[in-house]
Design a protein around this ligand. Sequence first.
Ligand SMILES: NC(=O)c1ccc[n+]([C@@H]2O[C@H](COP(=O)([O-])OP(=O)(O)OC[C@H]3O[C@@H](n4cnc5c(N)ncnc54)[C@H](OP(=O)(O)O)[C@@H]3O)[C@@H](O)[C@H]2O)c1
Length: 249
Amino acid sequence: MTTTALITGANKGIGYETARQLAARGITVLVGARDAELGRAATEKLRAEGADARFVPLDVTDPESIAAAAEFIGKEFGKLDILVNNAAIAGVRDGDGKPSSTELDSLRNLFETNVFGVVAVTNALLPLLRRAEAARIVNVSSEVGSLTATMDPDGPMFRMAAIPYATSKTALNMVTAQYAKELWDTPIKVNAANPGYTATDLNHNSGFRTAAQGAEPSVHLATLPADGPSGVLWGYRWGAGEEYGQLAW
Ligand SMILES: NC(=O)c1ccc[n+]([C@@H]2O[C@H](COP(=O)([O-])OP(=O)(O)OC[C@H]3O[C@@H](n4cnc5c(N)ncnc54)[C@H](OP(=O)(O)O)[C@@H]3O)[C@@H](O)[C@H]2O)c1
């Protein structure tokens, strides 16, 4: 039977690499993208490499687009095994970027994609995820959203102080924990991935990890065995002396 994975924001960056790596494991990948041209081009590229890839138009801020994607997947596959909520934006920088310069419209806009979009997509697809044998939900988060990391005076996050992106990922971490609890007594596992600082358009390619490396935590969590964890933040541990592992929320 076909194993299917929907990856949001899969036309480039970490999402594209996640689709590529899941496809290499024989999984049918549904390439979610809000721009049809970019989505189709990415899908073609994956198919040229031998992937079983299908393009799914999906803007995570558009309820009609989400409903249409869920309907398409339901009709074509009758279930969904893996959902990777990967799409996100970094947002604009208000003033000097400090908390005291934050504009509420920027904050609302960012939460619309990075938090509300995840809840909307997850809720629309949960009926199909419940129909799979043991679905996996991966929310692509960041240690930038970890309260523990941000207040560690010896850690790399301590010198950063900006509200929108960081708080959106903190909220996403809590969203992840709440879904994990709701689904605790089911075979579905819900976890948050930390890609590590990865060179993509999100940060003008300033990261020190490749997109393929950034995708590894998402792929790991998307393919967890039955005895794997649920409700954890897992991935790259910056400066922890160990490449991958569980991170403090
Ligand atoms: N790069 C890092 O260092 C890093 C570190 C930690 C976590 N992350 C997380 O990793 C994930 C992937 O980011 P990335 O670094 O690969 O960034 P990226 O290259 O900018 O890719 C972001 C993807 O999200 C899509 N997207 C944005 N808004 C969307 C919407 N409303 N509906 C559907 N798709 C939308 C983008 O589509 P368009 O091409 O149409 O804009 C693009 O495909 C994000 O959740 C990000 O927060 C990244």
